[in-house]
Design a protein around this ligand. Sequence first.
Ligand SMILES: [Zn+2]
Length: 293
Amino acid sequence: MVWIPICYYFDTTVRHSLGLDWGDRGYWKVVAPHEVAHQWWGHTVGFASGRDQWMSEGFADMSASLYISMIEKNPKKFTEFWNDERELLLERNAQGFRAIDAGPLTMGYRASNSRTGFDVTRRLIYPKGAYILHMMRMMMWDRKTGDQNFKAAMQDFVKTYSGKAATTEDFKAMMEKHMTPEMDLEGNHRLDWFFNEYVYGTALPTYKFDSSFDQDANGDVVFGFKVTQSGVDDKFRMLVPIYLELADGQTVNLGRARLIGNTTVDQKVPLKGLKDMPKRALVNYNDDVLASN
Ligand SMILES: [Zn+2]
């Protein structure tokens, strides 16, 4: 059974008069896949308390992004979806708060009140919960095996907690079981760094990116890049993927820069065997990291 909210059938004017404006972005564009995804997130795997509800709403929103990329197959809509989600988090509401700053998403509906605005939780747990799962997917993605790691992790999560209520810590333990060696940024086989930043914290990094292409004596392309991470504390760690748009128009993931604190990584990478100059280099091409624009 799939629940579709009655307000979905209202037009934007009626939604506006009811104060449901957060919604002509994100959720309203994906109501059907979002609600279908609750068959897994919320129904098959429950949430233990209001502190864990973000997994139900966030994972349903992230699942809608998969629907967009696999069924609608329009790469623009996928980018648009993540831009909408980020906008909801970074835009000030009528009370002057950005949802991303109001508190960690584990506060759930308690973060909404007359001071922060009653829309703050809605603006927080859906898009940020979606981003958290999307970031896991992007970090687990592998050039050879694609989404295999991520799929195994999520199938294990559903199998283990089928018919039960999962906590945020259960989810964290499952991600730690399936994390790649590259994600082990603290060398302890844990994801404390990521969860403290994005799940239990309100971190929001900013990235600045410059790049250049040269050719070495053999005619191979030499890629130079400079990526700066700012607006974070000294402990903030992140894997930041760098993409190349090749001469043939294909965009490929070149690898991930490992950044700790407010820092700049400046490197030259010889791309052996690549003779055609890439068109450009991009950071965060798939909205891989939730960051300010
Ligand atoms: Zn929902």
